[in-house]
Design a protein around this ligand. Structure first.
Ligand code: KIV
Length: 259
């Protein structure tokens, strides 16, 4: 099993679609490692695991805890970890926090949300040897509402400029979240690094989904999510049957007993 490097990810641009998924646990990390190029320990964990209202509530210690777990059980995929809200307010704070996160989790790269405004921070981190993935379009850390981006000219222009700034600052890839297809296509053509889409059409160089959304555990059903399972229903049935068995004394049976 060959470890996926940033060089390998870069080489896939315009050639082979890059496969990415989020993971926060040992079990999912191990399975995702069999199939995915990139595993993101996303700050979406605050909402999907802890029921937080926004990702802004996620702290650096959450990311370190889940980052360590995932990285420990990944052998092949590139592990990227989200820098939480307000942990990269300037380049010095960003470097201090990124260094701490990488030292404690041993993850391969970090992800920052934003474009032109944070380009200098990205460049500083990259110059210091920290691999950075960018994130443009819908930015959950700064946007209170979940809204499609890139319908009007000014927004399209800004998001394209953001993507170019992130790419020119030295990021090795860029997540494009929730934008219209034509804009994702334009960005992917305009930047030299791979684009990873979430709600950003097939014209990106790769795709990412939040694991709980695609497994049907979360209650988040935007149009761009394809649900590959309905685990919520499976879990519901399993717990229902278990409690029925307990009440009727069908569980534990002779098979589950030490004699
Ligand atoms: O936090 C996250 O899971 C993310 C993805 C939506 C890309 O940033």
């Amino acid at each position: 099993m060959q470890k996926i490097t940033i060089k390998k990810i870069l080489s896939k641009k315009n050639k082979i679609p890059i496969t990415c998924i989020t993971a926060y646990s040992k079990a999912v990390a191990q399975i995702a490692d069999r199939y995915c190029d990139i595993i993101l320990v996303g700050d979406s964990l605050g909402m999907v695991l802890h029921g937080m209202k926004t990702t802004r509530e996620v702290k650096i210690d959450h990311m370190i805890l889940y980052g360590k777990t995932v990285k420990n059980f990944v052998k092949k995929s590139l592990v990227v970890l989200d820098m939480p809200y307000r942990t990269y307010t300037n380049k010095f704070i960003a470097y201090k926090n990124a260094k701490k996160i990488i030292k404690l989790t041993r993850c391969d790269a970090i992800k920052l949300e934003g474009g032109k405004k944070i380009a200098k921070i990205i460049k500083y981190l990259v110059d210091k040897g920290i691999p950075v993935m960018g994130h443009v379009g819908l930015l959950p850390q700064s946007s209170a509402t979940f809204k499609l981006k890139g319908r009007n000219f000014m927004q399209r222009k800004k998001i394209l400029q953001d993507a170019l700034a992130v790419s020119n600052a030295g990021a090795f890839a860029i997540v494009i979240e929730c934008v219209v297809e034509s804009l994702a296509k334009k960005i992917t053509k305009s930047v030299s690094i791979p684009t990873i889409g979430i709600g950003a059409s097939k014209y990106c160089d790769g795709q990412i989904l939040v694991i709980d959304d695609m497994l049907g555990i979360s209650d988040f059903f935007p149009k761009f999510v394809k649900r590959y399972s309905n685990l919520k229903e499976i879990i519901d049935k399993s717990i229902k049957n278990y409690t029925k068995d307990v009440k009727t004394r069908r569980f534990p049976s002779s098979k589950n007993v030490y004699k």
